[in-house]
Design a protein around this ligand. Structure first.
Ligand code: AMP
Ligand code: MG
Length: 382
């Protein structure tokens, strides 16, 4: 059997970025930065007050000072601080010439046009210096970083209106199985509703991909072949079902002879997996059909092929895992809260509603055949 790590590495090897394009920054949300962005100007770009208060000379406090002016945010100070004087400033307003520190308004007693300051201060106190955040030439955003709200704000701060990013990976999804009907259709007595189509489409979108096609095809090899050939141009094709040893496993029947690898991976759920490149060179993953297996496989391998892997965290297990198959990496469903994780939803791979009660995967490593209550485990928050 193939190890989990080896299969993960193979899926990672399928990842290829789309050529970079430049987009307005608001369209870059969730995309990967292609070229690093450097600061042209320093930030902060002028010496500013960090507090509402009074700009002073250090030698003048403690003491009584005459207030000779006022600097609202966005105005250029006209007063200059001379011995024995202060200027009222606001958070973010420019600090007048001659000022060495700002005394917060809370530390001042106002007395007509004068202030009394009871405590000493030091040079630079409550003053924001030029370039404290970034100097010219510093990196504002590294390549490979995903653009989120803070990254957008950093770009906006530097007046960067467009950024070069890799477009979302495009994905096509095909459910296989004669027993499946589309959602909204009444299934016959031994039929079921295709849940992998909608589930995988959502998982791709959460991962930052763009779903160009979600379809269903039965277990007929010619129809499956035609459905694959009719897919739009994408960066990854995902199928579900039809990859194991069954007599009607259509994905295997058609693609085994075309260079796609069909393998048993030492994991649970998700043992049968297919991967490779279609004749067109497009990356392909054949995920198992069981709904939990399909979703778990996407979270691990689909995301690897898209370059969007989940981060792994640690949590304390609040109950024991009495047994786990030795030699296989197990992914149990769990409920994670405050660094503690409980089992949720049941271990079997057809319990899709059970999975809907979970918010993470609990990793049971290959060499563990049980885990005691209170042990630290790896979790993958979903
Ligand atoms: P297969 O690998 O095709 O034998 O499928 C394994 C199990 O998953 C079978 O019980 C299928 O009925 C079920 N299954 C396969 N595809 C889907 C799907 N798209 N939605 C829901 N269940 C599925
Ligand atoms: Mg099937």
């Amino acid at each position: 059997m193939k190890s989990f790590a080896e299969h993960l590495a193979d899926c990672r090897s399928l990842h290829q970025r789309r050529p970079a394009i430049s987009v307005p920054i608001r369209q870059a949300l969730g995309l990967e930065v292609a070229d690093p962005v450097h600061a042209v100007a320093p930030y902060p770009s002028f010496v500013a007050s960090a507090m509402d208060g009074y700009a002073v000379r250090v030698v003048d406090v403690p003491g009584r000072l005459q207030v000779i002016g006022d600097v609202p945010a966005g105005t250029i100070p006209d007063a200059r601080i001379s011995p024995g004087t202060a200027v009222r400033v606001m958070t973010g307003s420019a600090v007048p010439a001659g000022a060495e520190a700002v005394v917060p308004v809370e530390d001042v007693r106002i007395d007509g046009t004068a202030i009394n300051v009871a405590t000493a201060t030091s040079v630079g106190r409550h003053i924001r210096g030029i370039g404290e955040d970034v100097a010219p030439g510093d990196t504002v955003l590294d390549a490979r970083r995903l653009v989120g709200p803070a990254q957008l704000a950093a770009l906006a701060t530097h007046n960067v209106t467009a950024v070069s990013v890799h477009p979302r990976p495009r994905v096509a999804i095909l459910s296989t199985g004669d027993e499946l009907v589309a959602i909204g259709t009444e299934p016959g007595p031994v039929q079921l509703v295709d849940s992998n189509g909608p589930g995988l489409a959502a998982a791709v979108e959460v991962a930052g991909g763009e779903v160009l096609h979600v379809g269903h095809v039965g277990d007929d090899p010619d129809r499956f072949r035609a459905a694959i050939d009719a897919l739009p141009e994408v960066d990854l094709v995902l199928t579900s079902g039809g990859v194991s040893m069954g007599a009607y496993d259509v994905v295997k029947a058609v693609l085994d002879s075309e260079g796609i690898r069909f393998e048993n991976v030492a994991m649970q759920p998700g043992r049968p997996q297919a991967w490779g490149r279609l004749g067109s060179g497009v990356p392909f993953l054949g995920l198992p059909g069981n709904p939990v297996s399909a979703l778990v496989s996407f979270e691990l391998f689909g995301r690897a092929a898209l370059g969007r892997e989940r981060t792994i965290a640690q949590a304390t297990l609040t109950e024991a895992v009495p047994r786990s198959p030795r030699g296989k990496r197990q992914f149990l469903r769990g409920l994670l809260s405050d660094g503690r994780v409980t089992l949720a939803g049941g271990p079997e791979s057809h319990l899709v509603v059970g999975m809907a009660r979970a918010n993470c995967l609990i990793v049971v490593e290959e060499d563990a055949d049980s885990i005691s209550r209170g042990e630290q485990v790896q979790v993958i928050p979903l």
